[in-house]
Write a protein that binds this ligand. Structure first.
Ligand code: PLP
Length: 334
């Protein structure tokens, strides 16, 4: 447990490999043999996330945030903008790709740099919406009756202040055709204290349905401290879902996926998506191929209740929805 306020924790993220090794108690010669100081997208991790790591050099939480020499390997098909998002950017800060929902990149900031992040090369500079853009975005949504849901994303939408978030929620909730506001966030997992009383009050008073899609990849990310905040979110009327990314060496194992689903459910979080990795430059070493992904998926279906099986999907740049992986393309291995 951290003693600082969430703001202080956010201002005091670990960005130095020696500090991380010392904090977790990692063997620094072993770690530094693999480490590579990135030119962009530096090491960044909150102490509260490091608290959940073990001292193993192959700890599944460590592997998600440790910049390694593997990132320098150029791999065919792994590109800077894997989702071709620039093509669906009608207003500053707004992505409108799918029919009934739009996505706002509220901020470029995030508390953690996951090495497989598909927006790690995204140019947020010219795409961060200010107060005037908020009005523009609300107008844009009001003009399109088909839009019913707004997704606040980033970066991480919970890395902004409560004041700014409340302003956005208030403005969006005033648009009549919006029935649901969704937040895609990893902050509650990597920096649980972000869920402070003020935020819970803001959520509890929001007049629209609130959905929070968390991003948890491994059962070890879930502990009682985090779970306590989940209970508070549920009490405030927030629906909790989870999306994971299938990552080689981290969760490409049926036992791990089954445990993750079980633990999520125990804390009121429904498994939503299991994403194939987006082919972003520098993340090739996390790739799990489709055949193996499908075999894992069959095995997971055999193991857990149907409602604990997330949808196995991929994001294809020119599809206007997430695309289910075709599990019947392959022979099922027993
Ligand atoms: C993933 C995504 C959404 C949300 O899709 P759902 O299937 O509704 O979860 C919306 N807009 C964009 C641009 C996305 O990438």
């Amino acid at each position: 447990m951290q003693t600082l306020s969430w703001q202080a924790q956010l201002a005091n993220l670990m960005t130095d490999i020696d500090e991380l090794c010392a904090y977790v108690g990692l063997e620094s010669t072993v770690i530094k043999a693999r480490y590579q100081l990135p030119k962009k997208f530096a090491l960044k991790v909150p102490h509260a996330f490091a608290d959940k790591m073990t001292q193993s050099p192959n700890d599944p939480l460590l592997l998600q945030i440790l910049p390694t020499q593997d990132e320098l390997k150029v791999q065919a098909g792994f590109v800077l903008d894997p989702l071709a998002e620039y093509e669906h950017n009608p207003k500053k800060g707004l992505l409108h790709k799918y029919q009934s929902r739009v996505l706002v990149t509220l901020t470029g900031a995030c508390a953690v740099h996951c090495r497989y992040c598909f927006r790690q090369h995204f140019d947020y500079q010219d795409n961060l919406p200010n107060q005037k853009d908020l009005a523009d975005i609300c107008q844009y949504i009001a003009n399109d009756e088909q839009i019913g849901e707004v997704i606040l994303s980033g970066g991480d939408p919970l890395s902004v202040s409560n004041r700014r978030l409340a302003m956005w929620l208030r403005a969006l909730a005033a648009v009549p055709n919006i029935h649901t506001i969704r937040l895609h966030t990893r902050l509650p997992v990597v920096l649980p204290d972000r869920i402070d009383e003020e935020l819970l009050t803001i959520f509890a008073h929001c007049s629209k349905k609130l959905v929070m899609v968390l991003h948890i990849n491994h059962p070890q990310e879930i502990d009682d401290y985090f779970a306590n905040y989940c209970a508070k979110l549920v009490q405030a009327g927030v629906i909790l879902l989870n999306q994971s990314v299938l990552l080689k060496g981290i969760n490409d194992d049926v036992e791990v996926l089954a445990q993750l689903s079980g633990k999520l459910f125990a804390y009121h979080i429904m498994p939503y998506y299991l994403h194939m990795l987006d082919k972003v430059a520098g993340a090739g070493h996390f790739w799990v191929d489709e055949y193996q992904a499908v075999q894992l998926y069959w095995a997971l279906m055999q193991k857990v209740a149907g409602y604990l099986v997330p949808k196995l999907v991929q994001e294809l740049p020119y599809q206007l929805h997430k695309t289910p992986v075709d599990i019947y393309k392959y022979q099922r291995m027993q």
